[in-house]
Each structure stands twice: as C-alpha cells, then as structure tokens.
Design a protein around this ligand. Structure first.
Ligand code: ADE
Ligand code: ZN
Length: 326
C-alpha cells in the first residue's frame, strides 16, 4: 500500500479548522452572485492568484474579505456542507471546528443566522455521513474585550451546541492576557477553552494561554520549542498541539516543509496532531496535509498512524467513543 493510500484509509479527526477558511472560490462566486455582492476579483482564477501570503495578516485580510459575501442561513449551511462532503471523502470521522461569529455579527449578520446554518449542516452530516462533531466559537483577538464579552453573551442560548471557545486572528500584539476575564466567564459557563498561541507569537503567549485562559489544547504552538520548561510542561500534562503544516508553509511560519518542527516535537513526546486550518486558502485538506508532511519529513507509516491516533486522543470524544478508533 502506498503512503497516499495508507493516509486515505486510516480514520482521522480534524481538530483545527476554521469553517470560514473552507470557502472555496467557486462557492464564493456562486454565493456572491445570489446575494448581489461584488467580489474584488474578476474570476475564480484571478482570486486564486491573490492567494500568496508573506505572513498571517496578509492572509487574514483576504480571509475576512471573502467571508463578507456570507449573508443567509443557507449560505452558512452550504459552506459547512461543502466542507463536510470533502472530509467525508478523506475518511475524517470526527471534526471539531471553529467559527468566528464576530466576522459576521460586526457586519450586521445575526448570531443565530450564522450558528443555525453551520449547526444544521453538522447535524445533517452526522445523519448522512456518520461524521460526529463539536463546535468551537472563536473570539477575534484583534477586537477588544467588550466585543468578546458581547459575543459570549450571544452564545449562551446555544450552550448545548457549542462545546468550547477559542482565540484566533492577529496574534502578535494581542496576547491571551487581553482575554483573561472573558475566558474566566466562559469557563464558569462550562465551555472548554483553547487558543491559538505560538504561531507567530512567542512562547510566552503559550504560557499565558495555559496559565490565564486555562486552555487544555493549544492551536499551533510551534514556538514552544523556544522554551525547554514550556515543552516539559506540555509533555507532562500531555496538552495537545494542533499543528497545521500547509498553513505554516503558506504563511511563512516555516520556509520549507522539510524544516517543520513536527519530528522534533514527536521526539520530545509532545502530543501533536495534523490539521488543515484554512484549506481553501492553503492548498490542501487533511489528507494533503498528511501526505505533503509525510513526504517532506519522510514519515513512516507507523509515525503517520501515531499522528492519526493522537488526533483521537486529543479530541473531545469520550473515552468510550475513542475506544472505537484507538
Ligand atoms: N484565523 C483563521 N486562520 C487563522 C490562523 N492560522 N491563525 C490565526 N487566526 C486564524
Ligand atoms: Zn487556525
């Protein structure tokens, strides 16, 4: 069996995925047309040509612009359904996905429109494809604390639908400490907490995410390797890191996949997983992330199997549910 066949065959979970980052140009143009919205690019090809980024912020500017054409519940449903159909073909059996409500509520779309569309698609895919799921509401860290508090309030009626809260967007200059009080309230309300940390920001932000936001999983976390004490803590507590290799390459977090820190992290017994982050923008869904990483780093089938197993260990499935896969 080739590595490609092996990757396709093994069951996997996706733990770091922004639903807005799955917005393929073809669907974007289709939805823009039905909503009478103008896209600043003349065609799908022109838009795709703009997908070259030197850093996180250059990507975020285009990502938020793309999301502007999403207006109705049906739009959010179609976006989510397209992603789930794709991952079904890749043998992803469980997903824990982010949505960014402020990207939409800030431009006048109701919170309930966003969550209803996303949640209905997730329910339908559980019915039709058997894909189980958790939903994570992510706060935009470039916005202020008051906006995050308002968003948390809006989420409370949907507590049964939302398992956790996260923190994403422009990292440098927006440390986790900015949201300590919001996360304290989220924890009080029973949400699990995660945060993007150490993607472009320093190891110190990972410490803050752990100590102040009480996260039980770190999104990215690449920069933990700068701090031996931090690595030791992450290993001791087996705090999962949701790595995103193709994202790291496209956003110049690494200059070459061959230099990706994943092997070093595995060597140190960090609990690492592979994920796709924003696949419509970074040139690959889960299996492409596994395959490109495996090829660049010459991973063995046993190492690939470990990464897939880690994805279940790191998930929020119950121990009993995990047993089915690991
Ligand atoms: N929002 C979507 N993708 C992101 C990433 N990789 N880092 C921070 N915020 C994001
Ligand atoms: Zn992300």
């Amino acid at each position: 069996m080739t590595i490609e066949e092996f990757i396709k065959k093994i069951p996997k979970t996706e733990l770091h995925l922004h639903i807005e980052g799955t917005f393929e140009p073809e669907l974007m143009f289709e939805i823009a047309k039905r909503n009478n919205k103008i896209i600043n690019y003349s065609s799908v090809e022109e838009l795709k040509k703009a997908y070259h980024f030197n850093n996180l912020q250059e990507f975020l500017d285009i990502y938020y612009e793309g999301a502007n054409v999403l207006i109705t519940e049906q739009d959010f449903y179609d976006l989510t359904w397209a992603y789930l159909t794709k991952v079904y073909s890749q043998n992803i059996v469980h997903v824990e996905i982010f949505f960014d409500p402020q990207t939409h509520t800030d431009r006048g779309i109701a919170f309930e429109t966003v969550i209803n569309g996303i949640y209905k698609a997730l329910e339908d895919s559980q019915q039709e494809y058997g894909i189980t799921f958790k939903l994570i509401m992510s706060f935009l860290r470039h916005l202020d604390e008051a906006s995050a508090f308002k968003t948390l309030e809006e989420a409370l009626p949907y507590k049964d639908w939302i398992s956790g809260v996260g923190l994403d967007s422009s990292e440098v200059g927006n440390p986790p400490s900015k949201f300590e009080r919001v996360f304290a309230k989220a924890l009080e309300e029973g949400f699990i907490t995660v945060a993007h940390a150490g993607e472009e920001g320093p190891a110190e932000y990972i410490w803050e995410a752990l100590d102040l936001l009480k996260v039980t999983r770190i999104d990215h976390g690449n920069r933990c390797l700068d701090d031996e004490n931090l690595v030791q803590k992450l290993v001791d507590l087996q705090i999962p890191l949701t790595l995103c290799p193709l994202s790291n390459l496209e956003l110049k977090v690494v200059q070459d996949l061959k230099e990706h820190p994943l092997p070093k992290m595995m060597e140190k017994n960090l609990l690492v997983t592979i994920n796709s982050d924003d696949p419509a923008y970074f040139g690959g869904y889960m299996n492409e992330n596994y395959l490109e990483t495996a090829k660049a780093l010459q991973l063995s089938k046993a190492e690939i199997a470990t990464l897939a197993k880690n994805s279940f260990t790191a998930s929020w499935l119950t121990d009993q549910e995990k047993e089915e896969y690991i």
